[in-house]
Write a protein that binds this ligand. Structure first.
Ligand SMILES: Cc1ncc(COP(=O)(O)O)c(C=O)c1O
Length: 450
């Protein structure tokens, strides 16, 4: 018996007992209300949740005061203020990294890392196809070739077991992404990097405070890159950071992010490298310092709610929550990801399942589509510059070599996401999410026909 039915039956039993006293009238009305709540909203029933989920980003007085302070001090750029410097020190302390460089956004954190490592035309970079497009864009911006390694559908992460087969003498970097705040199989990936002398750049843009064997992700590769874009678990509207323990590499990162200046010569007109301006503003630095005071507590809430939800989902056939590798000691749950099997839902297509869940007041989405097949890839690889560097024959072979069938299945049929703000809701909301899914499952055949 599903939970909806159980509740309804219990309710009818209780009402029936009361009916002896109330002479039947109220029982009939209550039973009708119960009928509505047991019926999915997609079929005209009552939604399980009407109040939405906690909004994001969250603002408190300390955020407002910090913004006013930067505004009035007029040191809006990091070159004449101190908030960004302080944020760098605090974020390094929080993560256990030797050094942190704050940058304008996560994309520039990745771009800075690739430049500092000297990745360029003719090079190959191992990437997952299941990520935000910025992970791939930075490789293409360096005129290097992204080499896609298929996804492990169980964890939604790059399948580390398939990386080594894609390494060639041209491979100059591996970029694992800790997707959704879950953690890629770092032991395997770091060992491959070490064996072949290839640096690993961790894309931890979605993984603030996530951990591998007790250490914060982003501190284990040559660099670790973070995003503080507004949807992220730690937000400054936009923003990013590079973590790095190698002083020389950090010197190069600093130089790149500030127009090629030497780290020791922040203001002058002398330049030692090619670079760009990817500096974080003081507004971002000040806001992040305040937002960071709430990160640990929020992360704990997300983690506890996610664990609770996973236990409930494990009891629902056809709903398979993301798994974690053994080394994952903390998942940041930027996303709560699960796989949907329509066969256990009377063939109800994923798009209709998502629609039905949204109607229950539970926001969710289907997530990414396969990056290796999107138009930008073909347009970029057949551009004049890429054809000059790699030749038409190499590019003609590229797309067949970079097929990722597991990822296609995940993207096109299975993946469903909840967003991090939902994991900040009260515990009852998790019960409602599971209840909504059970309700849909019990009526899946009817919803499919509706
Ligand atoms: C996995 C991943 N990589 C890179 C980025 C790029 O970060 P940003 O949007 O701050 O440039 C993001 C975030 O949007 C991301 O989710």
């Amino acid at each position: 018996m599903n939970r909806g039915e159980m509740k309804r039956r219990e309710f009818i039993q209780k009402s029936a007992a009361g009916a002896a006293v109330t002479l039947g009238g109220p029982m009939i009305i209550s039973a009708a209300a119960s009928e509505r709540s047991a019926k999915p909203a997609a079929l005209g029933g009552t939604a399980v949740r009407s109040q939405g989920f906690p909004s994001w980003p969250q603002i408190q007085d300390n955020d407002r005061e910090s913004m006013k302070d930067v505004l009035e001090k007029k040191g809006w750029c990091r070159l004449n203020g101190d908030y960004v410097n302080t944020f760098e020190q605090e974020y390094a302390k929080l993560t256990g990294a030797k050094e942190c460089l704050a940058v304008a956004n996560g994309t520039s954190a990745l771009l800075t890392s690739l430049n500092a490592l000297g990745v360029g035309p003719g090079d190959e970079v191992i990437v997952p196809p299941y990520t935000f497009v910025a992970t791939i864009n930075v490789v293409l911006l360096q005129h290097a070739l992204p080499i896609y390694v298929d996804t492990d559908r169980e964890t939604f992460q790059i399948d580390a077991q398939k990386i080594e087969a894609r390494i060639t003498d041209k491979t100059k970097c591996i970029i694992p992404v800790h997707l959704g705040g879950n953690v890629a199989d770092l032991d395997t990936i770091l060992a491959i990097g070490k064996k072949h002398n290839i640096p690993v750049v961790e894309d931890a843009c979605q993984a603030h405070l996530a951990e591998w064997k007790g250490e914060k992700v982003g501190t284990l590769g040559a660099t670790g890159c973070f995003s503080f874009q507004v949807t992220k678990n730690l937000s400054g509207g936009e923003g990013g950071a590079v973590l790095c323990d190698d002083e020389e590499l950090m010197d190069r990162c600093y130089s790149f992010h500030s127009n090629g200046r030497e780290r020791t010569n922040k203001y002058g007109y002398g330049y030692i490298h090619n670079g760009m301006n990817a500096r974080m503003t003081e507004f971002q630095g000040a806001l992040l310092l305040q937002q960071m005071t709430r990160l640990e507590e929020q992360s704990k809430t997300r983690e506890q709610n996610a664990d609770y939800l996973t236990k409930q989902f494990n009891e629902i056939p056809g709903i398979t929550p993301e798994k974690m590798y053994e080394g994952t000691t903390r998942n940041a749950y930027h996303l709560y990801m699960f796989r949907y099997d329509k066969e256990k839902f009377a063939g109800l297509p994923r798009s209709k399942f998502i629609e039905a869940l949204n109607k229950e007041g539970i926001s969710c989405g289907s997530g990414y589509s396969p990056l290796n097949k999107q138009k930008f890839m073909e347009e970029t690889l057949y551009s004049r510059v890429f054809l000059n560097v790699y030749g038409k024959e190499r590019i003609d072979r590229y797309f067949a070599e970079n097929e990722c069938p597991e990822n296609d299945k995940l993207c096109n049929e299975e993946a469903v996401w909840f967003y991090q703000n939902m994991m900040l809701a009260e515990r009852e909301a998790m019960d409602q999410i599971a209840e909504a899914i059970r309700k849909i499952q019990a009526h899946a055949g009817q919803i499919a026909k509706a």
